[in-house]
Design a protein around this ligand. Structure first.
Ligand code: ATP
Ligand code: MG
Length: 578
């Protein structure tokens, strides 16, 4: 909460102004019943209407009404601006923390949950804040000013109203709690149904492939039935709000009317004089006095939801920025990368990398092969410092990478992973991502090199065609675009983690040739399951269970007659068959 107040602090001036405007607007509108009372007193019987006195009163009413409306207009405008500025900053900060959080944080949180913190939770806070301004702020001011005016008109009647206040509070809070319970449940089931539908849409081919449509429909119907039930309860419960509050209002109204009449008949000197006009103003106050209670209690539940959302967003804001205490820049060019007896595990109970020891020299093509789960991608994670080693160290030009600023380190690498990342945008934008100011010619050249140009030219608008992860591109085509994206950046060291696994072997070979040509003198790490890809590598590291078990060139490894040869033969035989 304290943190949140710091978001309001820069807007102190607007806050004070909005409070003032709200106060003036409410006070001006609440003063009107007093004038109406006075006007009534000027027309107490037939043919006794004193127009001369009534006109100025009407004029005052008009003036106050207009002023109240003007101030209310500006107040609403300020409230909206304030709320939106606060949530805008909150969203910016939350996204900033997310972008700079460590990969560990993102890997250990459900992604859908992180998205909903930035989108729906902040929306809840925005609603809470706006309602807080509109209803709470205004409600409290209205109650206070009404009380003041009531005391001004007649203090005995004012006490009567205050005595009935707990009843208004009780009814209002009971109703809002009940409504809140139903609405929370309704929102929860709606969320679940949304998630279910999304899952079914995203995986429709698998659902259809398993002919599981009927079961899916049955499960949906069950959830829908629950939503129906809670929807009915919520609607009914909220429809009771108005009659109940009207009932309390009427009680207050009647009590004020009866006691007011009795007071008018009294002649005791300690009782302030109550005219018909005075009683009528008072009845107006009594009539609207209980309204803000209902509004406020409605807001309280909204505020509770906003507060729990705020907690979730603040968790995000408290995420530590990725530790980045390196301050020694890399001395280019990178001559050596030395993995010095590395140990690492994601989970302390499941040892993964142990005693990985190897040196890579500038211009070498290093291939890493090995069974699924042996730790190939993990080595890349360590090199890029998405995770840090537990023991040992990685040295670039004899400089430990923990001393290098992460941005400087990562700038030197170009990575293409098995999971392609294509965002909603044109082909040009997708390829140019990562190199600001890339020209059209450069993009086309990169695409030609990776043999993506021909399929791009066949797209309806060529390089200007809008694409996205789910749009009609094949997985291999998406991989070609991500390779082109990396080519364009011309990084010093290239990492290909299963980057060509979905591309046909002929195109793959052509891309490899292109790599060999343009990347001369550059260091390349290639992780591949298809051994045909890596035969030209200077060194092939065969990994198993987090360690290097064999290393050498393709020919050397075949001669060794070990694990690599077995792997190679199994693929070779397979290829012979097809
Ligand atoms: N973020 C993570 N948190 C916890 N464990 C992980 C994480 N990433 C990978 N692992 C585990 O570490 C082991 C090595 O994973 P890694 O991704 O390095 O394998 P790989 O050799 O690249 O396999 P593949 O050939 O399938 O890509 C696996 O057992 C995997 O379950
Ligand atoms: Mg992998």
């Amino acid at each position: 909460m304290k943190n949140f107040l710091s978001y309001l602090k820069p807007h102190r001036f607007l806050l004070i102004i909005s409070f003032l405007f709200c106060f003036i607007s409410v006070a001006f509108s609440l003063i009107i019943p007093i004038f109406i009372g006075k006007a009534i007193d000027e027309m107490i019987g037939p043919n006794q209407v004193d127009f001369a006195n009534i006109y100025p009163i009407l004029l005052w009413i008009l003036i106050f009404l207009t002023l109240s409306a003007v101030f209310s207009y500006f107040y609403e405008w300020i409230a909206a601006k304030l709320t939106q500025s606060v949530v805008k900053k909150l969203r910016d900060d939350a996204f900033y923390h997310l972008e700079y959080s460590s990969v560990v944080f993102i890997d250990t949180h459900a992604h859908g949950d992180l998205v909903s913190r930035i989108v729906s939770d902040i929306e809840q806070i925005s609603n809470g804040l706006l309602e807080g301004f509109k209803q709470l702020y205004k409600g409290v001011i209205t109650i206070l000013i009404t009380l003041i005016f009531m005391f001004f008109v007649n203090y005995i009647l004012a006490f009567v109203v205050i005595l009935i206040t707990p009843l208004s509070l009780f009814v209002a809070s009971y109703i809002s709690k009940r409504n809140h319970r139903f609405f929370t449940k309704q929102a929860k089931i709606q969320g679940e149904i949304g998630a279910y539908v999304l899952e079914m849409i995203e995986n429709q081919k698998i659902v259809k492939g398993l002919t599981y449509e009927n079961q899916a429909i049955a499960q949906f119907k069950q959830q829908n039935q629950e939503l129906y039930q809670v929807g009915c309860d919520a609607q009914f419960s909220s429809s009771l709000t108005n009659p109940s509050t009207r009932f309390v209002n009427n009680l207050v109204y009647t009590a004020v009317g009866i006691i007011g009449m009795l007071l008018m008949l009294q002649n005791a000197s300690f009782i302030p004089l109550l005219t018909i006009g005075g009683l009528s103003s008072f009845l107006t106050y009594a009539n609207q006095y209980t309204k803000p209670f209902n509004e406020i209690s409605g807001v309280v539940t909204e505020l509770q939801t906003a507060l729990s959302s705020l907690k979730r967003v603040q968790e995000l804001l408290h995420v530590q920025k990725e530790v980045d205490d390196g301050n020694q820049m890399i001395h280019h060019p990178i001559e050596t990368i030395h993995f010095d007896h590395i140990y690492f595990s994601y989970d302390p109970n499941r040892p993964l990398i142990h005693d990985f020891h190897f040196t890579v020299k500038k211009g070498q093509k290093i291939a890493i092969v090995g069974p699924t789960g042996c730790g190939k991608t993990t080595m890349i994670n360590l090199l890029m410092r998405f995770y840090d080693v537990n023991h040992g160290g990685i040295f670039i030009n004899n400089q430990n990478i923990i001393q290098i600023p992460k941005a400087d380190l990562r700038k030197s690498f170009g990575m293409v992973l098995q999971d392609t990342w294509i965002f909603h945008g044109t082909v040009f934008e997708n390829v140019a991502y990562g190199k600001t100011n890339a020209t059209k010619e450069e993009v086309i050249e990169a695409c030609k090199k990776v043999h993506a140009h021909s399929f791009i030219s066949r797209l309806p608008k060529g390089y200007d065609t809008i694409i996205s992860a789910t749009s009609g591109l094949s997985t291999g085509e998406k991989q070609l675009l991500t390779i082109a994206r990396m080519m364009l950046r011309q990084p010093e060291i290239i990492i290909l983690d299963e980057a060509t696994s979905n591309i046909d072997t002929r195109t793959e070979k052509k891309i490899n040739d292109a790599f060999d040509q343009m990347m001369q003198g550059k260091t390349i790490f290639v992780i591949a399951h298809r051994l045909s890809t890596i035969q030209s590598a200077d060194q092939i590291l065969v990994m198993k269970d987090g360690n290097i078990i064999e290393k050498g060139t393709h020919q050397q490894l075949l001669k060794q007659n070990g694990f690599y040869k077995k792997l190679y033969l199994s693929q070779f035989e397979h290829q012979e068959l097809i």
